[in-house]
Design a protein around this ligand. Structure first.
Ligand SMILES: Nc1ncnc2c1ncn2[C@@H]1O[C@H](COP(=O)(O)OP(=O)(O)OP(=O)(O)O)[C@@H](O)[C@H]1O
Length: 300
């Protein structure tokens, strides 16, 4: 069953066209990573799904309903980001007890355990937390609420590496015990590629790719060697990234649609063939130019 369905979704602001004709579906009980560069439209899309804003045109359907101002959607969904508005004058612990009354599936024991594990002071106020602690507290709410649709928009902002790891591990463990539909936007695909099942990659407000992480890991290969030989073996291929190495060698990333035998032949011709990490594939695919930042310097 699809929990989210978007059809030709557009969102225009006065100065920008943030989402352009986005169409996709998200299945129930999957963790999907929403990946895209700064300004790609991730937050805009997540807010439309959450029902916080309305599309300029096109359709967004969540739990078979239009999410804007919709009680069924808001009862079954939680949206976690670093701007969450929480009561400013009640203590952190009281916020958790308030959430306990609000969310049907709330697990107070899990919330307390995580709260203690991350060394929160029950009497602190949310407004006095550091940036990373605030994100961690919001993440606890997102996990313990166990909403059928859980949206995390850049949930790890400000968290240090160790807390980020703990959070992702907690998310995975809890998801395995209590499967639900989770949408997670992140700039760090390398940190979540063991966690998410599918990737929705958006570029300049458009859907670029929606595939499983496993497929993404096979999507591209890197060929390196003498430029003249690499050029020959990548002729007519979809080039995703290209850089010169030294004066006469090159590293080229291409969409992997080679036959096994051809790759063997390329190896015999002195080409080194390597896999490309899922995160790098996304970075290359969403680069403005094939050479990335190197092009700024090479064209002087
Ligand atoms: N309220 C707004 N008014 C005008 N433009 C907006 C507004 N919100 C977002 N935008 C524009 O829409 C585009 C997409 O922004 P959005 O915040 O959705 O991107 P993002 O992928 O979440 O970026 P980041 O990774 O930097 O958080 C950007 O060009 C942004 O400037």
């Amino acid at each position: 069953m699809n929990v989210i369905q978007c059809e030709n979704l557009n969102k225009k602001y006065s100065s920008s066209h943030a989402l352009k004709n986005l169409s996709f579906t998200i299945e129930e009980n999957k963790i999907t990573g929403l990946i895209g560069r700064n300004g790609a439209g991730k937050t805009t899309l997540l807010k439309l799904i959450a029902g916080f804003s309305q599309p300029s045109s096109g359709k967004v359907v969540v739990f078979s309903e239009v999410p804007f101002n919709n009680l069924k959607v808001s009862q079954n969904m939680i949206f976690i980001d670093d701007n969450m508005t929480l009561p400013q004058s009640i203590s952190l612990l009281d916020i958790l007890y308030t959430a306990n009354d609000f969310y049907e599936n709330w697990d107070m024991e899990l919330a307390r355990r995580l709260f203690d594990y991350f060394s929160f002071n029950p009497n602190d106020l949310q407004k006095n937390l550091s940036k990373g602690m605030k994100s961690t507290f919001h993440a606890i709410i997102g996990l313990a609420a166990r909403c059928p649709l859980t949206i995390f928009d850049e949930p790890t902002t400000g968290m240090d590496a160790s807390v980020r790891k703990d959070f992702y591990r907690a998310l995975l463990k809890d998801y395995l015990e209590h499967p639900r539909t989770i949408l997670l936007s992140s700039h760090h695909l390398n940190e979540i590629d063991d966690l998410i099942e599918d990737v929705l990659l958006i570029k300049n407000g458009e859907k670029y790719l929606q595939i499983s992480v496993e497929e993404l890991k096979q999507f591209a290969i890197g060929l390196s060697g003498k430029k003249i030989v690499v050029d020959e073996w990548t002729k007519g291929k979809e080039i995703i990234y290209k850089k010169m190495v030294g004066t006469d060698s090159a590293y080229v990333v291409v969409h992997n649609d080679y036959m096994k035998e051809d790759l063997e032949k390329a190896r015999l011709n002195g080409i080194d063939i390597s896999s490309v990490a899922a995160e790098d594939v996304c970075v290359y695919l969403t680069n403005k130019t094939k050479g990335g930042i190197d092009d700024v310097f090479d064209k002087r």
